[in-house]
Each structure stands twice: as structure tokens, then as C-alpha cells.
Design a protein around this ligand. Structure first.
Ligand code: XMP
Length: 499
């Protein structure tokens, strides 16, 4: 209630606030940070084990980051400055990374040579070495395993002469648990599922089954098939359906209609078109910063809404176009409408410290999207750059001049798809962010900070944090006091690099 009064009062004064304007009040707590649950949702049917989503930007999210983030319980959104085939390929690499039940295993024909199979494996980027072998009628006759490839000394031999022919199979419908038991009992590392015509209809691989069952994988964000979850950004317009079709074929979990102005006709029309064709596919829309916009998008069928117009570290929308609501107020106002419908919102942009995650969720977000806080990690696209004796990585706005000149997707995101290269009005900048090392260490700090914050507030779940959070406004001296002051920092901290 007090949060409501605080924001209503500020709304009455027509004052909008962002992260540095506010802090959360501490409260009596029996909650230990180690015991909180960070489970939440990105969209109606896409859960998260940690409330972290990586930005759909070409210097942030491709398959490597998406794989690692899903393993840590979050989700990556593959950017759309890729043609539809390339983007679907990125998605496939995430989905195939950790297969529980492989529904459509990639099979080879008995006459194909080992050479040809290895060449195809390379070309298609398959990360695995297990291929069911089919005869001319499509019946399963054997399996090529990693051992078979390793022990083969003549790569011109056909698959049927190299494969393992003694198979243990199981009927369609075998669960992961049953598969684990059969495989441990029979000491077989591959378990093909076959239907009545001896045709293959699925396959389990022991390393994946074991990993999924193991303790660490309890943290993974996986779908019902046991595959890592991943999302992809898409644009607007008719040709979007072609992109979505390719993504759906790879079992994409959620698509994000990714624009700078989500409350617009093309977004709403595209959303309706996708929901009509793929009713069970989750579609998140954005970005918006006003509650009426959230209502329009949800009424049109949106399964999640992204909040944030201009808060991003590389964004210049606020100063170039003069629009956009400061982020904490935008999150709060938008969350009121989203909560009426039970639809999750994601706070996108402007976060710099782990404490901003606690504030964003306290204000009403279900999860947050990070660009600059993830662009400097090892798994983001691009090489490490050395400058002034330090390691950096490139980070650029999707609306920066470079991104817009190179990619139609970027031009479309900023409503300039038909503009010539000399006619572009950028809404972002290009720069460098410090190199931060591995994603798992970085996320450990971010989630650790959030959990500490939940402990201070006395919230054991994300929903409790949304309900219990109570805000106060900071004065300028209060802001200065929040950061280290009157001290020369002599040792870099893993979670603080200056204001
Ligand atoms: P952070 O602060 O995490 O923000 O780096 C990432 C988010 O910023 C948005 N984005 C842009 N916004 N111009 C903008 O106004 C741009 O060029 C731009 N590029 C990305 C996007 O929502 C991202 O998730």
C-alpha cells in the first residue's frame, strides 16, 4: 500500500523517477538470502529460475551467451540483425545443446560415407556425434556413436559398416526417468525410441539424460522436452511470418516483437497475425513506457510486455526524440495494468548495479533485461579489445549509426526501414564496456545482490518482493552517500566499478 501512495504522490506531482532517485526501505526480516526463491516468468508460459533476460542486441546475445544464461536459469533473446536462416541456426544451437528427448534426431542413410557425414556435421554446426542409421525403407538399423567415429580408420566406408548394430530400443512415450533406468541397466549410452513400423520416433542420449537429472541441472531453464529455453527477436510486417516459421521449426520458446515503439499499428498487427497462426507460441511485445500502451498490447494478445523507452546505457532516444518516461516510474505504472491481466512485464534497460535489479522488481517488474551489464562477458559476441592498459568489449546500440547502416533489422526497430544510408537518424551510440570474464561469475554477483536485497526487504519470493517493496526518494547528497565516498578504492570489487 505504501508503495502505491509513494508512486501516486509522485504521479500527482508529475514527477517520474529512475534508479538513482529511489531506494527500497529495509524491513523486519526472517529471510536469509540463501533461502529465497528467484523463480519468476518472462511471459505467460515461459518461466525463469532467475529473473534475468539478455538483451536482443548484436553485441550481447547469440547462442553462446544464450546457452550459458539458460543453464544459470535465465533466458537469452537472440538478436534480429541476422537473416532468418542464421537466426534459426543460432536458436537450434541452443535447443540442441542439451537434448533430453531428441524428437527428430538427425539420421543418416546406411550408404552415406563417414567422410560425408563428418562434412555435414561441420557444415550444419551439429555439436553431437550420435547419428541413427536408416536403411532404404527408413527403418532403424544401427547407430553411429562417438566411439564409432573415433575408432574408424577408413572414412570412405559407408555408415552401415562402421555403425553399432546391437541396439536396445524403447517404445515412443518412454519418459526421461524410464530412459535413465533402461540405459544404466543395459549400459547403453543411446536409447532410440521406435514406433510399430521400426521407424525412429525419438532418441535419448545418456550424457544429456544424466545431466538433466543431476543436481546442477536443477538450475537450468529447460522446456518440457529437456531443451534449454531461448527466445528470438523479430520485427514487424508480412515477411516476419517467414522468420517465425523457421524459429518455430527449431522449437523456439518465445518470440519478442522488438521495436523502439511497441504501441504502434505495425506491432499490434504483427502480434495478431502471429497469434492467429501460432496460438500456442508466446509473443512478447515492446518497448513501451505508458500503462495505456500495456493495455493495448495485452488486449491484442501479448503474453508479456517489455518496459523501457530510452533508459538504456547506449540509448539516445530521450535526447534525440525528447520522449520516454524515466524507468522506475514506467515500471510501476505499467505493472498496475499488467497485473490486472496476470501478464508478466520485463524491465528493459538502464540497470547498472545488482541493486537496480531489486529496485526494478520492487517497482513491479517480473524480470529484467540486461544489455551493458552483460555485453562485457566472455560469452557475448566479439573479441576482447585492449585500450589504455585494460580489456574491453564493443557494445553498441541497435539504433546506433553503425548498426543501422549495416542491418535492416536495426533500421526497422527505429521505424526507418526505407531510409537510405545517408538519411538515418540514430537513437543510440557505439562504445566499449569493461571485459568482465565468465557469465557464471557475473550472474552469481547479480543474483547474489538481488537475494541480499530480498533479505533486507523480508521477501522470500519475487512476488513477495513486488508486493512488499516500499520506496523512498533520494536527495542528491543521499545519492552520493549511496556510493563509496571519501575513499580511494585500491582494490577492484567484483560487483562495483564506480558510479
Ligand atoms: P542497457 O542499459 O542494459 O540497455 O545497456 C539495453 C536496452 O537498450 C535498448 N536499446 C536501445 N535503445 N537506442 C535506444 O534508444 C539504441 O540504439 C538501443 N539499442 C538497444 C534495448 O531495449 C536494450 O535491451
Amino acid at each position: 500500500m505504501r508503495k502505491k501512495e509513494f508512486f501516486e504522490h509522485m504521479n500527482d506531482l508529475h514527477v517520474a523517477m529512475t534508479f538513482d532517485d529511489v531506494r527500497l526501505k529495509t524491513s523486519y526480516s526472517e529471510i536469509m538470502p540463501d533461502h529465497v526463491s528467484t523463480e519468476t516468468k518472462f511471459s505467460k508460459n515461459v518461466p525463469l529460475k532467475i529473473p534475468i533476460v539478455s538483451a536482443a542486441m548484436d553485441t550481447v546475445t547469440e547462442h553462446e551467451l544464450a546457452i550459458e544464461l539458460a543453464k544459470l536459469g535465465g533466458i537469452g533473446i537472440i538478436h534480429r540483425n541476422l537473416n532468418p536462416e542464421e537466426q534459426a541456426f543460432q536458436v537450434a544451437r541452443v535447443k540442441n545443446h542439451l537434448n533430453g528427448l531428441i524428437e527428430n534426431p538427425i539420421c543418416v542413410n546406411e550408404e552415406e560415407s563417414i567422410n560425408d557425414i563428418l562434412e555435414k556435421r561441420n557444415r550444419k554446426g551439429y555439436g553431437f556425434h550420435t547419428f541413427p542409421v536408416l536403411d532404404k525403407e527408413g527403418k532403424l538399423i544401427g547407430i553411429l556413436t562417438e566411439n564409432d567415429f573415433d575408432l574408424c580408420d577408413n572414412f570412405s566406408l559407408p555408415a552401415k559398416e562402421v555403425m553399432t548394430a546391437q541396439l536396445i530400443t524403447s517404445p515412443l512415450g518412454t519418459t526421461l526417468e524410464e530412459a535413465y533406468n533402461i540405459m544404466t541397466k543395459t549400459k547403453k549410452k543411446v536409447l532410440p525410441l521406435v514406433n510399430n513400423d521400426e521407424k525412429i520416433s525419438g532418441m535419448y542420449v545418456f550424457s544429456d539424460v544424466k545431466r538433466i537429472k543431476s543436481e546442477s541441472s536443477q538450475k537450468y531453464n529447460i522446456d518440457a522436452r529437456g531443451q534449454l529455453r531461448v527466445g528470438a527477436a523479430i520485427g514487424t510486417g508480412e515477411d516476419t511470418l517467414n522468420r517465425v516459421k523457421k524459429l518455430v521449426k527449431e522449437n523456439i520458446d518465445v518470440v519478442v516483437i522488438d521495436t523502439a515503439h511497441g504501441d504502434s499499428k505495425p506491432v499490434i498487427e504483427t502480434l495478431k497475425m502471429i497469434k492467429e497462426k501460432y496460438p500456442s507460441l508466446d509473443v512478447v511485445t515492446g518497448n513501451v513506457s505508458e500503462p495505456d500502451s500495456v493495455r493495448r498490447l495485452i488486449e491484442a494478445g501479448s503474453d508479456g510486455v517489455k518496459i523501457g523507452q530510452g533508459p538504456g546505457s547506449i540509448c539516445t532516444t530521450r535526447v534525440i526524440a525528447g520522449v520516454g518516461c524515466p524507468q522506475v516510474t514506467a515500471i510501476y505504472n505499467c505493472s498496475l495494468v499488467a497485473d490486472e491481466y496476470g501478464i508478466p512485464i520485463c524491465a528493459d534497460g538502464g540497470l547498472r548495479f545488482s541493486g537496480d535489479i531489486t529496485i526494478a522488481i520492487g517497482a513491479g517488474a517480473h524480470c529484467i533485461m540486461l544489455g551493458s551489464m552483460l555485453a562485457g562477458i566472455e560469452e557475448s559476441p566479439g573479441e576482447i579489445v585492449f585500450w589504455e592498459g585494460r580489456q574491453w568489449k564493443n557494445y553498441r546500440g541497435m539504433g546506433s549509426i553503425g548498426a543501422m547502416q549495416e542491418h535492416k533489422g536495426s533500421r526497422e526497430r527505429y521505424g526507418q526501414k526505407d531510409a537510405g544510408k545517408e538519411e538515418l537518424i540514430p537513437e543510440g551510440v557505439e562504445g566499449l564496456v569493461p571485459y568482465k570474464g565468465k557469465l557464471k561469475d557475473v550472474i552469481f554477483q547479480y543474483v547474489g545482490g538481488l537475494k541480499n536485497g530480498m533479505g533486507y526487504v523480508g521477501a522470500s519470493t519475487i512476488n513477495e518482493l513486488r508486493e512488499k517493496a516500499d520506496f523512498m526518494r533520494l536527495s542528491v547528497p543521499g545519492q552520493a552517500e549511496s556510493h563509496p565516498h571519501h575513499v580511494k578504492i585500491t582494490k577492484e570489487s567484483p560487483n562495483y566499478s564506480g558510479a
